[in-house]
Design a protein around this ligand. Structure first.
Ligand code: NAI
Length: 248
C-alpha cells in the first residue's frame, strides 16, 4: 500500500528536472499523475512512460502555465480524465538573470508571469475542485533566494517570494475546506536549469552549503511527498527549505 493510493497529482513543468522527480516519487507511492509542460515532446513522452511503468495512470498535457485560459482548460480536461485533483504542485519555472539596472522589462515580466502568475492560474482553477472534495494539498515551488534575495536575480527572487505569500494566503482562505498549501524552498539543486552555470560557480556555491554538495531532484521530491501526503496533515502555510543547510 502506498501513501498516495488512489490520489491524483497534477504537476506543472514536469517533463524534466525537479518536476519529473516529484512525479516519479508520488507515482511510486500510488498517485496517478497528470503533468503539464510547454510541449509534450520525446522527452515528455519518455517521462510519461517512466511514470506509467510504476503501474499508475499518467498523462502529459501541453499547456503554457503562464496562460490563464489555457490553464483553466487543461485543468478541466485533467479533472474529466482523472476524476479528482488531490495534489497540485506548482513547479514550472524559468530564470532570466541580470543585474537590476541591466534587467529589461521583458525579463521581469517573463519570469514573474511564468513563475508566479502560473501558480495563481492553477490554484484558481483547482481550488473549486478541491473545495468540492473537501481536501487537497497545494505545493508551490519557491527557492531559498525567495527568502534571502540574490544579486542578479531580482525578478526570480521576487517571483519566488511571491510564491510564499501566495501559498500562505491560499492556506488561510481554504484551510476551513481541508485544503493545505505549503512551499518548498530548494537551494542549489543539480538540474538542467543549474547545469548552465560554470564548474567554478558551482564549486563556489558548494562551499557555502554545510552539507558540501548540491542537492538532487530526489532530495526535493522527498519533501514534496511529505507535503503531498497525510504525513503532513497538520502542516499548512509553511516553507520547508531543502538546501543542505545553505539557508537557516
Ligand atoms: P528545469 O528548467 O529543469 O525544468 C523546468 C520545467 O518547466 C521544464 O520542463 C520547462 O519546459 C517547464 N516550463 C517552463 N516554462 C513553462 C511554462 N510556461 N509552462 C509549463 N511548463 C513550463 O528546472 P528545475 O531545476 O527542475 O526547476 C523546477 C522548479 O524548481 C522551478 O520552479 C525552479 O525555479 C525551482 N527551483 C530550482 C532550483 C534549482 O537549483 N534547480 C532551486 C530552487 C528552485
Amino acid at each position: 500500500m502506498g501513501l498516495l493510493d488512489g490520489k491524483t497529482a497534477l504537476i506543472t513543468g514536469a517533463a524534466r528536472g525537479i518536476g519529473k522527480a516529484i512525479a516519479l516519487k508520488l507515482a511510486s507511492e500510488g498517485a496517478n499523475i497528470a503533468f503539464t509542460d510547454l510541449n509534450i515532446d520525446e522527452n515528455a513522452q519518455a517521462t510519461e512512460s517512466e511514470i506509467l511503468a510504476l503501474g499508475v495512470k499518467a498523462k502529459g498535457y501541453a499547456s503554457n502555465a503562464a496562460n490563464f485560459d489555457e490553464t483553466h482548460k487543461v485543468v478541466e480536461e485533467i479533472h474529466k480524465e482523472f476524476g479528482s485533483i488531490d495534489i497540485l504542485v506548482n513547479n514550472a519555472g524559468i530564470t532570466k538573470d541580470g543585474l537590476m539596472l541591466r534587467m529589461t522589462e521583458q525579463q521581469w515580466d517573463a519570469v514573474l508571469t511564468v513563475n508566479l502568475k502560473s501558480a495563481f492560474n492553477f490554484i484558481h482553477a483547482c481550488a473549486p475542485i478541491m473545495m468540492r472534495q473537501r481536501g487537497g494539498s497545494i505545493i508551490n515551488m519557491s527557492s531559498v533566494v525567495g527568502v534571502s534575495g540574490n544579486a542578479g536575480q531580482c525578478n526570480y527572487s521576487a517571483s519566488k517570494a511571491g510564491m510564499i505569500g501566495l501559498a500562505k494566503s491560499t492556506a488561510k482562505e481554504f484551510g476551513s475546506r481541508g485544503i493545505r498549501a505549503n512551499c518548498i524552498a530548494p537551494g542549489f539543486i543539480i538540474t538542467e536549469m543549474t547545469a548552465q552555470l560554470s564548474e567554478e560557480v558551482r564549486n563556489e556555491w558548494a562551499k557555502t552549503i554545510p552539507l558540501r554538495r548540491g542537492g538532487t531532484p530526489e532530495d526535493v521530491a522527498n519533501v514534496a511527498l511529505f507535503l503531498a501526503s497525510d504525513m503532513s496533515s497538520y502542516v499548512s502555510g509553511q516553507v520547508i527549505h531543502c538546501c543542505g543547510g545553505m539557508n537557516m
